[in-house]
Design a protein around this ligand. Structure first.
Ligand code: UT7
Length: 317
């Protein structure tokens, strides 16, 4: 026994920030950002905390599933941009939605939503939970260096959530981690210890763009191929491939290498930018609420990011 996704929810900050808005802050242009990344605008939190967004997405997913908070057996969250190092966003969500179940957070950067699914699958397999809530929430605007044009134009804020209930919807998954802190990292606040002799680094997103790009394309290509082959499927059997929304060119390049039409890949990066671990659940919620998914449809999700971690999962809707 594993699970089926029975409800989804998302929250997007009200404030829309266009490429032209960013061109007033750093030396960039709408044309460069659209051509290189495929983003027109993104949502940026103003009066929302990371937990506020997580709670809104969670409540919307619970309502969508028709599940009450007090029925939940497990809450898992992911973020690299939470309000606190501790308590985790999971604890804040648990408190604010009125749940009493176990709640904790997993850090696997942009791939984390798929790690949450895999972790939840273990509890379902052992019969330990019947209903779970998983949430990816990111306030990346807080950890961006707004003077660095190579990163601040890429990311956006938002949260996505899914309710999982016992069922047979989790079909297969694959995970890969190549321990690396050179290509992509987000240092913590350095602290003020008078004894600390280590080098301080700004607590912002540091990214080697081209290295990340290559890693992303190769992991999507490898993981999609693997899950299709292992399950004797072709792209025609899949309703949508839902990739982490990092860069439209990454998705286009991977689609070309796989020989899969680009329309098969769901994209919303033009409107939302890269929302790290929130991007896949937000995409699922958009697809579901737009009536683009039917029960029984197969979806293939794939993600990659700091770690360097990558993952893919095949589900039956
Ligand atoms: O979710 C986490 C995973 N993250 C990703 O997947 C991101 C992957 N990487 C990328 O998406 C791309 O590498 C970037 C969008 C970050 C950069 O695009 P690129 O085509 O790899 O550009 P580049 O780093 O090679 O830079 C090309 C030029 C440079 O100028 P020079 O040295 O050629 O004069 C940059 O300084 O573009 C310049 N540049 C910009 N110009 C205008 C970098 N950022 C900007 C900008 N506006 N915002």
């Amino acid at each position: 026994m594993n699970f089926r996704i029975t409800g989804t929810g998302s929250y997007l900050p009200k404030r829309i920030v266009t490429n032209n808005d960013l061109a007033k802050i750093v030396e960039t242009s709408d044309e460069w950002i659209q051509q290189r990344i495929g983003i027109r605008e993104r949502r940026i939190a103003t009066d929302e905390t990371c937990a506020d967004m997580a709670v809104s997405a969670a409540e919307s997913a619970l309502e969508n599933a028709g599940v009450r908070a007090d029925e939940l057996d497990l809450i898992l969250t992911s973020t690299v941009s939470g309000d606190f190092v501790s308590p985790s966003t999971a604890c804040l969500v648990q408190k604010r939605i009125g749940a009493t179940c176990m709640a904790y957070e997993i850090n696997a950067a942009c791939s984390a939503f798929l790690f949450l699914l895999e972790t939840a699958a273990g509890y379902f397999a052992r019969g330990k939970v019947k209903k779970a809530l998983i949430v990816g929430a990111e306030k990346l605007s807080r950890i961006l260096d707004w003077k660095d044009r190579s990163t601040c134009v890429i990311f956006g804020d938002g949260a996505g959530a899914a309710v999982l209930e016992a069922g047979d919807g989790y079909l297969d998954s694959t995970f890969d981690v190549k321990g690396d802190d050179e290509v992509l990292r987000i240092p913590h606040f350095h602290g003020s210890s008078p004894f600390d002799e280590t080098e301080a680094e700004e607590p912002y997103i540091h990214m080697a763009g081209q290295e990340t790009f290559k890693f992303a394309v190769s992991s999507i290509t490898r993981d999609v191929k693997l899950l299709l082959e292992r399950n004797s499927l072709t792209a025609d059997d899949i309703r949508y491939i839902v990739p982490h929304q990092a860069n439209a060119r990454i998705i286009d390049t991977a689609a070309r290498r796989l020989g899969i039409p680009q329309e098969k890949f769901y994209m919303n990066i033009d409107r939302l930018g890269n929302t790290s671990s929130a991007s896949i659940p937000i995409a699922l919620d958009e697809l579901s609420r737009a009536g683009k998914l039917e029960r029984g449809d197969k979806l293939l999700m794939c993600a990659f990011g700091a770690g360097l971690a990558s993952a893919a999962a095949l589900i039956r809707w």
